[in-house]
Design a protein around this ligand. Structure first.
Ligand SMILES: Nc1ncnc2c1ncn2[C@@H]1O[C@H](COP(=O)(O)OP(=O)(O)OP(=O)(O)O)[C@@H](O)[C@H]1O
Ligand SMILES: [Mg+2]
Length: 275
């Protein structure tokens, strides 16, 4: 199936579905034909992109009793929720991408909102290894960044040679300190932050409305951050593969930021670092 496949990954709860829905909406607003596939039980990303439109059962589904649900959403984007059953079934995943409804839609961008527990090994949905790019979402906390490090390792060792990094999205940031943490981490690994999405109560508002920010808050600063991210994804070349830091390097890096944050908080400066 043609189209650019973008897989949204990151630690649980980091904001993958929020990013998936909003970047899909921003791409649709920019005139792109977008398909968003959610593989989770929460039914959140596609629901918000659908903006409250009723999700209907995908017709002629022969791969399990629970058919994926679909709706046309914001600016005509096609929204699919598989409800989790397809997440473990490679035949069903391949069949989904070949479904006549999707073939007829001819998406330019296919976004995959996949579920992943950092304790388990990561796997791409079937049929897209080698043609997919990975958009890694993280917040500025240690566990989320550790998950990013594991994903960088996966990219370098398990993924097909032409599976690329589309970028790192630093999400839910409360200010410049958190921005510096994520950006320093990405830099250490040889990557770069593609988008910085601030923490905003508007994200919660859009969740309660069951819409994306593009629909519920078109002039919010967060919405502009998503527009910028979509533009980057359309225009920018994929990044080169960052490397995974080993345990010692990670420990050192955590220690460095522990010291910096403690110094900022207590005002005690050591090692020549200024506030
Ligand atoms: N930039 C932000 N500002 C404020 N709240 C945010 C932001 N991004 C995400 N959230 C909130 O964080 C919560 C988790 O987001 P989301 O469901 O997108 O995460 P997820 O990674 O998909 O989680 P899960 O692993 O459960 O699927 C939601 O309540 C969402 O509204
Ligand atoms: Mg989710």
């Amino acid at each position: 199936m043609a189209g650019q496949h973008l897989v949204i990954v990151g630690k649980r709860g980091v904001g993958r579905s929020t990013v998936a829905a909003n970047v899909s909406a921003a791409l649709a607003e920019a005139g792109r034909r977008v398909l968003l596939i959610g593989y989770d039980n929460h039914r959140s990303s596609a629901c918000n992109l659908a903006g409250g439109s009723e999700l209907k059962a995908l017709p002629a589904w022969r791969h399990g009793e629970e058919p994926p649900l679909y709706a046309r959403g914001y600016r005509g984007a096609l929204c699919l929720e598989t409800g989790g059953s397809v997440a473990d079934d490679e035949t069903a995943q391949a069949a989904l991408l070949d479904h006549p409804l999707i073939e007829a839609y001819r998406p330019e961008f296919v976004l995959h909102d996949v579920a992943w527990e950092p304790g388990s090994s990561f796997r791409l949905p079937a049929g897209i290894d080698g043609v997919a790019s990975v958009l890694v979402v993280t917040s500025a906390d240690r566990c989320a960044l550790q998950a990013v490090n594991r994903l960088f390792g996966w990219l370098n060792t398990v993924a097909a040679a032409n599976t690329r990094l589309a970028g790192v999205v630093a999400n839910n940031l409360t200010g410049p300190l958190q921005e510096a943490i994520v950006s320093d981490f990405a830099g250490q690994s040889g990557g770069a932050v593609t988008a910085t999405i601030p923490h905003s109560v508007m994200v919660l508002v859009s969740d309660f409305y069951c819409q994306t920010l593009l629909e519920s808050a078109p002039f919010s600063h967060v919405t502009y951050a998503y527009r910028k991210l979509a533009k980057n994804l359309v225009e920018a070349a994929t990044q080169r593969r960052p490397r995974q830091l080993d345990d010692d390097a990670m420990k050192k890096w955590y220690g460095k930021w522990g010291d910096i944050i403690a110094e900022l908080e207590t005002g005690v400066v050591t090692g020549g670092l200024g506030i």
